[in-house]
Every structure is written in structure tokens, then in C-alpha cells.
Design a protein around this ligand. Structure first.
Ligand code: ME8
Length: 656
């Protein structure tokens, strides 16, 4: 609780992202969840600090910049600040972060040097030599026992033996305290992740952690030992406190917001956040974050999305086609936050159609359209309740905030949304039960009709208000259409705050229905086009190994003139040629190039053929030889060109 303003404080963070490539929908998942939580806490009146940012140092970035022929700083600037970069993506996704940290920011660099020295002065950092199995992409050393099938346990890639002079952090010293923290508090959530940490990492013996590198330079130098740069995880994890002003003067709210209420992180980096990070804080004598939540992955075809595997989904494309709110909603509605979820276009479209177009969108548009039609857009104040018909809906909508809150406080976004949609479905059923179109036919029923409409509007107000953390823009639009002046938390806990004579305005469908089959085809076509675009412009077969000269000389290559050329019936591939080969007898050759040429264009041309091959049957016709063509690939497609000779070369001339 803040002493000054009496508001509860809430500090929440996302991981800071590696700007080594453009982000994909999997990265978006955690940030959208964090945003939903931050917005929910703001709705509850809390003093929220929502931090995100980018983790910009390390060997991987140094290598990528080298490949691109630019400096590492230019490289990260492009991905963080450039068009379609990290900041752009968060703007697109309507991410309401309060602060954005870049680990290349001066104040962070200065703070990391102080943090490193602090732990050194406390006797927790010492110099040694590190020998171990190193995974370059993950920038992690592993012990033999941690490897899985000899490969990196995080990413499954090759590791290699490496040794370098390095500083070490006495992680081993904190093993018992960290184990106690994991086992006996609710620090790590979901609880199911505790065993993995304790059994796989702590019980086998927590080894001291190598916290400096000399093998690359793109990092924060250890100020008292130049040549060493600080290991990226020490640099990265500390962002959560340097961004508040710890060990620097850029910000001044460390005392105010720390410890964090939640670090949201993907499951593969739970280890760093629940073992290394608390141990670092213990070493510095600083308070520990209250909770770390390890969420699951969005999977595509059963595997984690990743740029290196090429199976990523582009959030720009999806947001542009379906709207940002629909995409945000889908991510949190479809998968339990703690578990992995299988992403598919079909699931995305079905979720939009079912929940947003059919249930929510339909409820809002039907209600507004009926009020426009029956009452010219404004409800009469004279209304007649019918408790038997109304009470169930009113009770459900009036108490929704309790069930929703219980789920949100447990970070069960999916269940919180399910609660809201139960009420939305109930409201749609209420329309069918009350048959407003029948009431409208009897002028004596106008007060009853008005009350039915009011109940619908009020239910929409409450449901939409609770959806604000998930779909902020759509909710603002719904509020405007139903004339809701209040959608703050207190107002959402009370049924009946909308004035009786509420007025509505119409509008286009909030969530247009999507034709599933057509849309899937279009997405597939876009996907294929993207795959093609990613292919090299032109590809040529590698040059084959040597053959004896006399073997080559055995091929009889002759100039031939095309007398006739026609397509072979029932074949899309074959053209049938009659050729003058200089012998005075016509030669027939079949060639699989129908896709590339119109037969009439070839008549009269001088081509090149091997004429001493044994006859071959193709589609029941005999082919005596082979026309020579070139072959290469363009954007992955095979391209064939016949070798067309100069017309002055006579038919029958031998090539040598
Ligand atoms: O790990 N589904 O950065 P990062 C769900 N810099 N989450 C996914 C995902 C997917 N398919 N793919 C990635 C780092 N993520 C470090 C963090 S924090 C001090 C340093 C999540 O860009 C991943 O689990 O590789 C992680 O939480 C986040 O994206 C950033 O990943």
C-alpha cells in the first residue's frame, strides 16, 4: 500500500526480449497477458508499474551484427526502434507499459557495474577458470549431467567444450535458501513447476555460476577488470530493479515499487528467474520479488515457435486481418496461461466467430438495433420488471465481478473470460425467452419491452467493462454505443447504474463474421507466398564431380531443326517433336517441357539433342534421343529453358 495515496501498489514485468530477430506471436503472448493484468489492476484502482524492454547484449547479437555488416548498437536499434520493430509491435498490440528499459541504456550500464561490484565486495564473486559445455545460441554453459542426449537442454542444439578465465558467482552458497523459497512459499507459480527446479537444478548440486566472459565484447565491461564483460543473465535480470533507479539516478522509485508483485516469464527461463535471480538479490541483501509466474508456450505444429525453425506466426498479419482486440482476446481466451497451447488459424477464426461475432458482437448489435427500432434509440423511463423472467440474468450479471475477480487474482485469464461469456450467452438466451419482437406488437407491453432492453444494456455494460483488460478499444466503442458513462470497477459491481432512459447509437458490426474455409485458403496462400519470398532468388545445382573425358565424348550431340511440335494428349508435361537431324529421316523426340513453351513457338527453331540414346517409351510413344535444356530454380520453382542454337547452324551438325 502506498503511504501517500493509500492505493495498493502493483509492479509487474515481462521478460526483456532479445532483439535478435523480429518478434512473433509467441513473444506477444506474454506481453499481452502482462498488459491484461496491468490493466485489470488499474481498473481496480491500483498504482501500477508495468515494465518491459529489450535485452540487447551478448554473443548472439554481436554475431548477427557482424553478419549484417553493422555495429551491434545499429543492429539492436533497428530491431527495437525500426519499422515493425519491438516498440512498434507493442504499439500495435496496445501494450500499456509504463516504462521500457533497454539494457544498452546508460543508466542500466552504470548500475550493472555497481551491482557486479556489490556482489564482488560481498565476497560472492571470485575469479576462476571456466571449463564446460557451452551452447552459443543460449549463451549458457551446461554441466555434462544437464545435457539432454549430449545437447543443450533448453534449445536442443549442439554444445561445444569451452574454457575461459571468468568470474564466478557463489550460487552454491544460496542453494538451501533458494530451495526453501521454492518449496515453502508461493514464490514460483504455477506450483507444478517447483519440482522441476528443485529436482533438476538444486538437488543435483547447485554449481557456482560463471558471470563474466572474455570471448566477446558486446556486453557491459566489468569496470575493475576490463576485458571481461558481464554475463548476459546478470545484466538482463537486473533490469527489473535498475529500471526503478537501483544503483542509478535515472529513476527514483525503487523504494516505491520494489519488490515486484509478478515477473511473468516463459517456462524455459523460469530457472534463471527462480534460482539465479533470488540468489543475486540475497547476495545484495535486497528484498525478493513476490512471485514469478512461468507461463506455457504457444506451439505451432506441436513445436515451439521460433525464428530459427521457421515456424513463426506474424502478429502484424493477424492484427491487420482480424483486429488487435480480437487477437489479444484469442491469446488469453484459448489457452490456460500456465500450460502450452497449440496455435492454429482455425482455432483463431473459430474463437473470433463464436465468442466475438456470434455472442458478444451479436448481443450488442441486436440490443442496439432493437432499441433503435422500437424506441427511436432512447429507452422510455417507464419500465415494467418481471422478476420471474429477469432475476436470473440480473443475479448473474450483478455478481459477475466476484467470479471474475477470483479468476483474475489467480491469473486464470481463460476462466475469467469464460465467466464473462457465460453471462453473455445467458443474455442472448434472455432475448429469445422474452421475444421482444412480439412485445413490440402490443403498445401496452411498451414498459415491459423497455425493461427487457434495459436489462440487456446493463448486462452489456457490466460484461464489456470487465473485458477492458483484454479488449480496451472494443470496450470503449461498446461503452460509446450503449451510452455508458461509468465502466469503472465500482460501477461494474453494481447492477442498475445505467440510467433508465439510456440512449444508444448504432454502428458497423464490432467483430465481423469470418468465412472459415475462404479465410483458411487465403492464409495458406499468404503463407506459401511468404515461404517463396524467403527462398533465394535463383538456385543452381552444384557442379558434379569429374568424369573421364572419353565418357563425355561418347554422347553424340547434334543440331536439330523443329519440323513439327505438338502437345501429347492426356499429358500436361510432354511435347512431341518431329525433327530434322540431317540424316534425311525424321526423328521423333518427346520432351517434358510443355509447361514452359507453346508448341507453335518452337517450330523452325534449331535445338540441341543427344541422338545416340536408346529409344524410350513415354505415354505410349517412342522417343529417340533427348533435347538439351538448362535447369535452375527461381524462388524454389524449377525453371527449364531449351538450348536454342543460332539458325545458321545446319541440322545434323555435330557438337564438339
Ligand atoms: O528469453 N510461446 O528473451 P526472448 C510463448 N532475453 N512464449 C514465448 C514463445 C512462444 N512460442 N517464444 C518466446 C529471453 N516466448 C531473455 C529474457 S528476462 C530478464 C530475459 C517468450 O526474446 C519466452 O518464453 O528469447 C520468453 O519469456 C520471452 O518470450 C522472451 O524471449
Amino acid at each position: 500500500m502506498c503511504q501517500k495515496c493509500d492505493r495498493e501498489k502493483f509492479y509487474i514485468t515481462t521478460p526483456i526480449y532479445y532483439p535478435s530477430a523480429k518478434l512473433h506471436i509467441g513473444h506477444t503472448y506474454c506481453t499481452v497477458a502482462t498488459d491484461a493484468m496491468a490493466r485489470y489492476k488499474r481498473l481496480r484502482g491500483c498504482d501500477v508499474m508495468f515494465l518491459t524492454g529489450t535485452d540487447e547484449h551478448g554473443m548472439k547479437i554481436e554475431e548477427k551484427a557482424r553478419e549484417a555488416g553493422i555495429t551491434p548498437q545499429q543492429f539492436v536499434d533497428n530491431i527495437v526502434l525500426g519499422e515493425g520493430g519491438v516498440k512498434d509491435l507493442w504499439k500495435l498490440m496496445n501494450i500499456s507499459y509504463d516504462r521500457f528499459i533497454r539494457t544498452t541504456d546508460d543508466y542500466h550500464v552504470e548500475a550493472i557495474q555497481k551491482i557486479f561490484r556489490k556482489m564482488y565486495d560481498n565476497g560472492d564473486i571470485y575469479k576462476g577458470a571456466y571449463k564446460g559445455m557451452y551452447c552459443t545460441p543460449c549463451e549458457s554453459f551446461w554441466t555434462e549431467s544437464q545435457l539432454v542426449d549430449g545437447k543443450c537442454p533448453d534449445c536442443g542444439r549442439e554444445v561445444h567444450e569451452a574454457e575461459e578465465e571468468a568470474y564466478f558467482f557463489r550460487l552454491s552458497r544460496y542453494a538451501d535458501r533458494v530451495q526453501d523459497l521454492l518449496e515453502n512459499t508461493d514464490f514460483l507459480q504455477p506450483r507444478s513447476r517447483v519440482n522441476e527446479m528443485v529436482n533438476n537444478f538444486i538437488k543435483p548440486g547447485l554449481e557456482d555460476l560463471c558471470v563474466s566472459r572474455t570471448s566477446f565484447t558486446w556486453g557491459i565491461p566489468v569496470d575493475f577488470d576490463p576485458g571481461h564483460v558481464v554475463y548476459v543473465w546478470v545484466d538482463a535480470l537486473s533490469n527489473y530493479i535498475t529500471a526503478l533507479g537501483f544503483c542509478n539516478d535515472r529513476y527514483h522509485d525503487y523504494e516505491h515499487y520494489w519488490p515486484a508483485d509478478y515477473h511473468f516469464v516463459g517456462k524455459e527461463i523460469v530457472r534463471f528467474h527462480t534460482i539465479i535471480w533470488p540468489a543475486m538479490l540475497m547476495s545484495m541483501g535486497e528484498p525478493l520479488p513476490k512471485h514469478v509466474f512461468g507461463h506455457g508456450w504457444l506451439l505451432l505444429d506441436g513445436g515451439k515457435m521460433s525464428k530459427s525453425k521457421g515456424n513463426v506466426v506474424d502478429p502484424y498479419l493477424l492484427a491487420q486481418r482480424y483486429g488487435v482486440d480480437a487477437l489479444r482476446f484469442f491469446l488469453l481466451r484459448s489457452f490456460p496461461f500456465g500450460s502450452d497451447g497449440n496455435f492454429s488459424n482455425e482455432l483463431l477464426i473459430n474463437t473470433i466467430n463464436t465468442d466475438l461475432a456470434n455472442d458478444l458482437g451479436n448481443l450488442v448489435s441486436r440490443t442496439c438495433a432493437m432499441i433503435a427500432k422500437f424506441f427511436g434509440g432512447k429507452l422510455p423511463a417507464e419500465q415494467a420488471a418481471d422478476p420471474e423472467k429477469d432475476d436470473e440474468l440480473i443475479a448473474m450479471a450483478g455478481s459477475l465481478h466476484e467470479r471474475y475477480e477470483a479468476q483474475m487474482e489467480q491469473l486464470s485469464f481463460q476462466n475469467a473470460l469464460a465467466e464473462v461469456f457465460k453471462v453473455i450467452s445467458r443474455a442472448n438466451k434472455y432475448i429469445d425467452e422474452n421475444e421482444p419482437w412480439k412485445l413490440a406488437k402490443d403498445p401496452d407491453q411498451a414498459p415491459r419491452l423497455a425493461r427487457v432492453m434495459y436489462n440487456l444494456l446493463e448486462t452489456v455494460r457490466i460484461c464489456a467493462g470487465l473485458l477492458v483488460p483484454f479488449m480496451p478499444d472494443s470496450v470503449a466503442e461498446i461503452g460509446r454505443r450503449i451510452g455508458a458513462e461509468r465502466m469503472d470497477w465500482d460501477s461494474l459491481c453494481v447492477y442498475g447504474l445505467l440510467p433508465a432512459d439510456a440512449a444508444v447509437t448504432g454502428g458497423d458490426p464490432l467483430f465481423p463474421r469470418i468465412d472459415l474455409a475462404k479465410e483458411l485458403d487465403e492464409l495458406e496462400a499468404i503463407h506459401q507466398a511468404q515461404l517463396r519470398a524467403a527462398l533465394p532468388e535463383k538456385e543452381f545445382e552444384p557442379i558434379a564431380g569429374d568424369i573421364p573425358f572419353d565418357v563425355f565424348c561418347q554422347s553424340d550431340l547434334r543440331a536439330v531443326k523443329v519440323l513439327t511440335c505438338e502437345r501429347v494428349k492426356k499429358s500436361d508435361k510432354l511435347l512431341k517433336f518431329t525433327l530434322d537431324d540431317g540424316t534425311g529421316e525424321e526423328r521423333q523426340i518427346l520432351s517434358g517441357i510443355a509447361k514452359y513453351y507453346d508448341p507453335e513457338d518452337l517450330v523452325g527453331k534449331t535445338l540441341l539433342a543427344i541422338v545416340n540414346l536408346p529409344p524410350r517409351k513415354m505415354m505410349g510413344r517412342e522417343s529417340n534421343g533427348m533435347l538439351i535444356s538448362s535447369v535452375h530454380k527461381e524462388k524454389g520453382e524449377e525453371v527449364i529453358n531449351l538450348i536454342i542454337l543460332d539458325d545458321k547452324i545446319p541440322a545434323g551438325a555435330k557438337m564438339c
